[in-house]
Write a protein that binds this ligand. Structure first.
Ligand SMILES: Cc1cc2nc3c(=O)[nH]c(=O)nc-3n(C[C@H](O)[C@H](O)[C@H](O)COP(=O)(O)OP(=O)(O)OC[C@H]3O[C@@H](n4cnc5c(N)ncnc54)[C@H](O)[C@@H]3O)c2cc1C
Ligand SMILES: *[C@@H]1O[C@H](CO)[C@@H](O)[C@H](O)[C@H]1NC(C)=O
Ligand SMILES: *[C@@H]1O[C@H](CO)[C@@H](O)[C@H](O)[C@H]1NC(C)=O
Ligand SMILES: *[C@@H]1O[C@H](CO)[C@@H](O)[C@H](O)[C@H]1NC(C)=O
Length: 337
């Protein structure tokens, strides 16, 4: 009996983290990562990568959602806490969320239970940024910078024998014969691949600037955020529902710059390193499911793992652990294991 052959479609944070968990669980399996785009061409690379699950993120049940978030946090924190955290792009970061409207905006019920520090901002802290801020919180969380994490995990995967194939998949007919199972981590690509109408792009645009003095993150109104990363600070942002425009929009640039500089005047004059656009692959319920499709009289076993919206860096590990559990279920009793 030969070993299992598994294809992982997609090389964003979800695909590569899934491939890594798979290889850990099925050490003898032959795993191929097949993707059209890699590294800086993925949506994952655009993300600031802060660990902050939002209310738009949902699994099939509240308990599963919370388990995904918990598992994810521990995955990132374990890498950060060993000597590889720095090279893998995972750091600890603290900062503020302010709101002039609602106290709920500054709460995060998942994070409050998980992170080492989560508290209300003091009266003095509410005056740190310009604007009239009524509510605020200060907390410590994690940040995963995909410009470092994706190359780091690629090296790990290659060392374990995982193959990388650069290819755009138009339909599953062309790859199905070679694999016992396919893991679908194509993000927004899933929409086109097989017409999943539930997946919708939420367009985002960011400016990367050089401001090494900034160590703290800030969130204000209208999707305004300032998130220091390794080597650059991400200024954002916007959330445009059902927009596919990958061009940098000058009105968004002006608005982001003005909103961030108003929040934090020290950003005036910070050198602009670049601007990026990404389409967040939003799905009402993130899809981590088993599936079987018939192709030329042959059953094709599939596990889906896509639709993480604005929270894919945060939650890739937890959903990947779940996806690998589903792969295990598919092959339970299989003699190849
Ligand atoms: C401006 C912005 C800021 C963000 N900030 C954060 C943040 O701070 N924290 C956070 O958690 N999340 C953030 N996100 C969200 C995060 O970027 C996404 O949730 C995450 O990148 C989704 O990962 P993914 O692997 O599913 O998708 P992707 O990174 O898009 O990867 C999909 C992969 O599938 C491949 N693919 C698709 N279709 C095909 C096909 N037909 N054939 C072959 N290959 C295919 C692609 O080439 C690509 O490699 C942000 C997003 C944006 C746009
Ligand atoms: C998630 O972790 C928190 C904090 O440890 C815990 O209170 C909660 O019960 C966990 N939830 C799940 C579903 O694992
Ligand atoms: C991080 O490592 C230290 C030292 O090995 C250990 O005491 C601590 O419990 C670890 N923390 C986590 C979250 O694993
Ligand atoms: C990937 O996701 C799409 C969207 O639902 C799905 O229809 C398609 O069949 C998936 N890919 C595979 C290999 O099945």
């Amino acid at each position: 009996m030969s070993d299992l052959n598994i294809a992982v479609l997609g090389a964003g944070v979800v695909g590569l983290t899934t491939a890594f968990q798979l290889k850990t669980e099925f050490r003898n399996a032959n795993i191929d990562v097949i993707s059209e785009k890699f590294n800086e061409e993925t949506t994952s690379h655009v993300a600031a990568g802060i660990f902050r699950p939002g209310s738009g993120f949902s699994g099939p049940t509240e308990e599963i959602t919370e388990k995904w978030i918990n598992d994810s946090y521990h995955y990132w924190d374990d890498i950060r806490n060993n000597s590889e955290g720095g090279v893998a792009g995972i750091t600890s970061i603290s900062g503020y969320v302010f709101s002039s409207e609602f106290p709920n905006i500054v709460r995060n019920y998942y994070l409050e239970k998980l992170v080492p520090l989560y508290r209300q901002a003091t009266e003095e802290e509410l005056k740190l940024c310009s604007g009239i801020w009524k509510y605020g919180s200060f907390f410590t969380t994690l940040l995963t910078q995909c410009s470092l994490y994706l190359p780091w995990i690629t090296v790990k995967l290659k060392a374990k024998g995982v193959r990388f194939i650069s290819k755009r998949i138009e339909g599953f007919g062309d790859i199905q014969n070679n694999y016992d199972a396919i893991i679908n981590c194509t993000g927004l690509g899933a929409k086109f691949l097989c017409n999943d109408k539930k997946i919708v792009p939420i367009r985002g645009q960011v400016i990367k600037v050089e401001a090494p003095w900034l160590k703290t993150f800030f969130y204000g109104n209208y999707d305004t955020y300032i998130i220091p990363g390794i080597g650059s600070v991400t200024l954002g942002g916007c959330r445009q529902y059902d927009s596919y425009d990958m061009n940098i929009n000058k009105y968004d640039s002006l608005s982001i710059k003005e909103r961030c500089e108003t929040l934090l005047p020290s950003l005036k004059g910070a050198k602009v390193l670049g601007e990026r656009v990404g389409l967040r692959p939003h799905r009402d319920i993130v899809r981590v499911e088993k599936d079987v499709q018939i192709f030329n009289d042959r059953k094709l076993k599939i596990v889906h793992n896509y639709g993480h919206g604005g929270y894919g860096v945060t939650t890739a590990p937890g959903t990947s652990i779940h996806a690998v559990k589903l792969v295990r279920e598919i092959f339970s009793g299989n003699s190849k294991l």
